[in-house]
Write a protein that binds this ligand. Structure first.
Ligand SMILES: Nc1ncnc2c1ncn2[C@@H]1O[C@H](COP(=O)(O)OP(=O)(O)OP(=O)(O)O)[C@@H](O)[C@H]1O
Ligand SMILES: [Mg+2]
Length: 494
């Protein structure tokens, strides 16, 4: 692509007049990854400012730099724009030839449920024979048998457009992506044209990034401003923020929830020994039956995915047929089986609301004691730690407080903040909790202490196969470790 075409697409001006004709290589935001011929975009971040790296980009052979203020003396042609994040997103749309205009793109946002709903939507479309790509927390799926690990729930703007373009190359006829509030606030999916936008719920989290819930809400609602002309909003309005958002939608709106008047209404949810039974009303038409997902909160997620399917033109009959074959999502209420007379569930709950929902859901599938094992991530929203301690002790019969991903923080300090909340609830209800900062040791001791009929909920890391310690990243998978612990108790996978 010619540099002039790209500059035209982002409305960039050169302080030095007409631009020399040149073919550009690619787009870059990290000066260390600049290749000769690339255009470097200087983004201002919370930790660093790309303007400080314009010279390094020049040294690496950048063809040009897009900046929001000129960097004096840098040996590369600079083009000034009001907002380099917006410019990067628009440039990427142009560079990858607007892939989001070429197939239905579904965006899912909200504090919890994004990954689960994205996976369910992909399954519903797959059942219709529509190959659907996926971008999200657990992995990126670019086409049949083209799965790759994922670093961020919502990747950078140029990466999003690149992946969407690859999906088209690999035969996808639709795509679903998780849209985080960080991604929205930083305009990573700016320029994407969404045919369907889904809102799940909004509860306290990421308030280390957003100054308050209002800012967090506003960031989430941005997704609904990037709905295309025919775009449809799908909103979970049992959630107060969802109800507020629904009021502000002037285009086509599909609501879901238990509330009377929901377009997709949750009529009932009944836990079964394995899975559950759900009944929904889709625009007045009843569908329902057994589903392979555990946990009452999944009634909301299934209703959201069904509503999104409906928004894409899939009829209730077809939605009825796909319900019984919906598969659970990796690391979300995922059972670990070794023939033991008790239940071990691995879940990704890492917010107060998610832990509360996961524990209440697990309680419905428990005949004996409910045991909870969890920690909290380091260098993340600290205020949620005592709250999660209170919830865990309050809703389970026995709690193990351990480490999650401490990152650069001292594991003992994080555990101490959780214990503060746990003590409060424990004192109130005369309940006990154990502290074991070593996650592996905690899982082994929890499993060793289980009795027939008990349920152990191992929360917080879900699908992750690593642990980030102050000393670095190690391989750690809750499902593998739980299986090893069960084997040590004499059980074995059949
Ligand atoms: N609809 C829901 N309401 C509340 N909690 C939920 C809901 N769906 C899932 N959860 C809980 O939240 C956890 C995370 O679910 P999921 O991965 O689908 O959310 P997410 O929004 O993708 O999270 P993240 O922002 O970390 O990517 C689950 O393991 C479960 O405990
Ligand atoms: Mg996710």
């Amino acid at each position: 692509m010619r540099l002039t075409t790209l500059l035209g697409a982002i409305g960039a001006v050169s302080p030095r007049g007409p631009v020399k004709p040149a073919e550009l290589g690619g787009l870059a935001i990290d000066s260390r990854q600049v290749k000769p011929g690339d255009v470097f975009f200087a983004l201002e971040g919370t930790q660093s400012d790309g303007h400080d790296y314009v010279q390094m980009a020049a040294d690496k052979g950048a063809l040009a730099a897009v900046v929001s203020r000129e960097v004096p003396g840098a040996a590369v042609e600079q083009f000034v724009v009001p907002d380099t994040r917006e410019a990067l997103a628009l440039a990427a749309c142009e560079f990858y030839d607007h892939p989001s205009l070429k197939f239905p793109l579904i965006g899912v946002t909200g504090t919890n449920g994004k990954t689960t709903i994205a996976f369910l939507i992909r399954q519903i479309l797959g059942h219709e024979g529509i190959i659907c790509g996926l971008l999200g927390t657990v992995c990126n799926i670019l086409g049949p048998d083209r799965r790759e690990p994922s670093e961020l729930t919502t990747m950078q703007a140029h990466e999003i457009q690149q992946k969407l373009a690859l999906m088209l190359d690999y035969g996808c006829r639709s795509a679903v992506m998780e849209v985080s509030s960080h991604g929205l606030d930083q305009k990573r999916n700016y320029g994407c044209c969404f045919q369907v936008a889904v809102f799940t719920n909004l509860t306290p989290d990421h308030l280390d990034y957003h100054p308050d819930m209002e800012h967090y809400y506003r960031a989430k609602s941005l997704l609904f401003e990037s709905l295309g002309k025919q775009g449809r909003a799908v909103i979970g309005w049992d959630d107060p923020y969802g109800a507020r958002l629904a009021k502000g939608i002037d285009g086509p709106l599909i609501t879901y929830g238990e509330r009377p008047g929901s377009s997709v209404r949750i009529v009932s949810w009944r836990p079964l020994p394995v899975g559950a039974e759900v009944e929904l009303e889709v625009f007045g038409k009843r569908i329902g039956g057994p589903v392979g997902l555990l946990g009452r909160f999944n009634a909301q997620n299934i209703a959201a995915a069904v509503a999104a399917g409906y928004a894409l033109g899939i009829q209730a009959d077809s939605l009825q047929r796909v319900l019984p074959i919906l598969e659970p999502v990796p690391g979300r209420m995922e059972p670990v089986e070794a023939g033991q007379p008790s239940q071990v569930l691995v879940d990704y709950a890492h917010t107060p609301d998610a832990l509360e929902k996961a524990l209440k859901a697990a309680r419905e599938h428990t005949h004996g004691r409910l045991i909870c094992l969890f920690g909290c991530g380091g260098c993340r929203y600290r205020e949620k730690r005592p709250a999660m301690g209170r919830i865990a002790v309050g809703l389970s019969d026995l709690t193990y407080i351990t480490s999650d991903n401490p990152r650069r923080e001292k594991p003992e300090e994080i555990v101490g903040q959780i214990v503060a909340g746990a003590k409060e609830a424990g004192a109130r209800q005369g309940k006990d909790f154990m502290v074991e900062p070593d996650r592996r040791a905690a899982i082994f001791s929890a499993v060793a202490g289980m009795q027939p009929g008990d349920t152990l909920l191992i929360a917080g890391k879900g699908h992750e196969d690593y642990q980030i310690l102050p000393t670095g990243k190690i391989h750690f998978d809750d499902r593998e470790v739980a299986l090893e612990a069960l084997k040590e108790q004499g059980y074995c996978q059949s």
